[in-house]
Design a protein around this ligand. Sequence first.
Ligand SMILES: [Zn+2]
Length: 258
Amino acid sequence: MASITFLGTGGGRYVVLSQRRYSGGIWLELESRILVDPGPGALIRALQYKKKPNKLDAVFVSHRHLDHYSDAEVLIEALTEGTVKKRGFLVVEENTLSYISEYHRDLVEVIVPRAGQEFMIKDLRVQALPSYNHASSVGFKFFSESGTVTYSSDTDYDDKLIRYYKNSMILILNCIFPSNREIKTHLNVDKAVIIAQKARPDYLVLTHFGMQMLNANPVDEAKRVERITGVKTIAAEDGLTLDLDNPVKQMIKQSKLV
Ligand SMILES: [Zn+2]
């Protein structure tokens, strides 16, 4: 089964430090197994949600903020069976490379992609995506046989990003703020609406919620996006698994939960 599991859906210091939502990143089971942006608690959440960190093929780190890189080293130890086997990949944004110890970098193959560049993780083609106004962050586009999955990482809105977000089955946006809350360095729900209208993914998933977003209720905000754009939209939840072969059912199941 090709799937995406959210090991965390929190973003911003207050949510991460209180763990009101977890911060373990996103676990992808596609043609390869990848953990994207392992923030505080990634190993614990992976085990909590019955994932096998020693089966990972790669750890991806999109930028140098703590909630995206903090647990990269412990996950590298997990995927190398406690540093015994040299295997797997670390994909890391250029300015974040020095945040990972040399000892851990030497255990894996390191890829430092530039925005727009493509590379392979086993049989999975991946493209690094640009961001706008957020710590030289890179997003990622995963070209799976089961459908293209695009992850924005942290970014502000810019028109030049749209062409990278197009042709996605699932577009995951780090949407830290609700609508009517202006922020220059991140996406809020109003910007997610513009992206949904222009990029037209089959499914839009909002995640990486800050305190104001949680107080506004991400489920209501997701419904607002869907109402305005007609794009099927859900708010991610900690532990939510989306089955790529059946995302519609998953979404119906989730909407019944709320
Ligand atoms: Zn950030």
